[in-house]
Design a protein around this ligand. Structure first.
Ligand code: NAG
Ligand code: NAG
Ligand code: NAG
Length: 321
């Protein structure tokens, strides 16, 4: 049991007066934090606590790569994303409370990592997946992301190396953000060297994994949240599976965004997104603000609607006392 789970277990002690008595258990929740954060940071703990107020009795697991806070934060910058997803899949499979399935919330890069879990594992299965400001079609600017702390010289050196050779084998297996860097003007390099995003998006010709499509298509809802003033994720429409079109040689400044329903991976339904969408399973939402500006107006309606539903087959009867 991680620190967050322990705190939530304490917070969930029922009070007699004014409590909402529920005969059903809310579906558990798994959260994958964003870059620069860690699994049990004060922000994550607080978020878990307010969710537990909305859905009393909910079990919440906050994903970690390292139990130590600082190490976990670093793992958001350094490491092999495929290995991290494997590790998290094993971590999730080890937790008895999650065995019948769960809803999942991914913050920023945590969103595409949880999507990788769904596509590659989904055992136990995810019911609703909500991603806030995630980079489903990658980013084009690593330099746009504030990452290294001023005193972290190793981090700065690594990022300089990553910027100059983002598609090098080293960057692609060691720098987390390089593993979802996708430059529409250098698709050949991306397809040849990227082993994470190009893989979960089934973009590499002749290596489509049909399991990915099968698993994504059976989500109940995929809720894609875009931040209206996001300048960290470029283009911000990546949160909605949008990406820039290749540069227009005649009008170099003219950047066009290809929306989800016009993406190759959608049109050919290589990851099950079209099937999911046709069945009403893709929900587009906008939150007002910059990247990860999680105001109450932004997250609360989503948590009320898509998190903590009654576990399948259990009647949901709530009695106000
Ligand atoms: C899962 O559980 C096994 C058996 O208890 C343990 O050896 C392993 O380290 C656990 N893995 C993770 C990722 O927590
Ligand atoms: C497709 O993905 C699944 C789940 O990760 C994996 O077990 C399988 O080996 C993959 N198939 C191919 C052909 O790579
Ligand atoms: C470049 O942009 C112009 C103006 O939007 C458009 O008419 C033209 O078709 C574009 N060219 C290409 C190759 O996309």
């Amino acid at each position: 049991m991680g620190l967050l789970n322990l705190l939530l277990a304490l917070a969930a002690v029922p009070s007699i007066l004014g409590a909402v008595v529920s005969t059903s258990t809310p579906r558990p929740l798994v959260i994958w934090h964003g870059m620069g954060d860690s699994h049990a940071s004060p922000g994550m703990v607080e978020f878990g606590e307010v969710i537990a107020e909305i859905h009393p009795g909910i079990f919440i697991h906050s994903v970690y790569i390292e139990e130590d806070q600082e190490e976990d934060r670093r793992a958001g910058f350094y490491g092999n994303v495929n290995e991290q997803v494997d590790f998290v899949a094993e971590q999730i499979a080890n937790i008895t409370e999650l065995k019948d399935g769960f809803d999942a919330i991914g913050f920023s890069q945590g969103g595409q990592f949880l999507r990788a879990y769904v596509e590659r594992y989904n055992s136990p299965p995810v019911h609703n997946l909500i991603t806030f400001g995630s980079q489903h079609m990658g980013i084009i600017g690593i330099s746009d992301i504030p990452t290294c702390r001023p005193w972290d010289l190793m981090c700065q050196a690594a990022r300089r190396a990553a910027k100059s050779s983002v598609y090098s084998h080293w960057a692609q297996t060691n720098i987390v953000q390089a593993q979802y860097y996708r430059d529409p003007d250098r698709m050949d390099s991306y397809l040849a060297s990227n082993k994470f995003l190009a893989d979960i998006n089934n973009e590499i010709p002749d290596t489509h994994n049909t399991t990915y499509a099968k698993n994504l298509a059976i989500l109940n809802k995929l809720v894609l949240v875009l931040f209206s003033k996001d300048v960290t994720v470029v283009p911000k429409e990546s949160s909605w599976f949008g990406s820039y079109a290749p540069s227009n040689e005649t009008f170099p400044g003219d950047k066009k965004v290809i929306p989800m329903r016009m993406q190759e991976l959608y049109l050919h339904d290589t990851i099950g997104l079209k099937r999911l969408d046709k069945g009403g399973g893709v929900v587009f939402r906008t939150c007002d603000g910059v990247h990860m500006q999680l105001t109450d107006d932004c997250w609360r309606p989503l948590v009320e609607e898509f998190v903590g539903g009654a576990v399948r087959g259990t009647p949901s009867l709530r009695i106000q006392v």
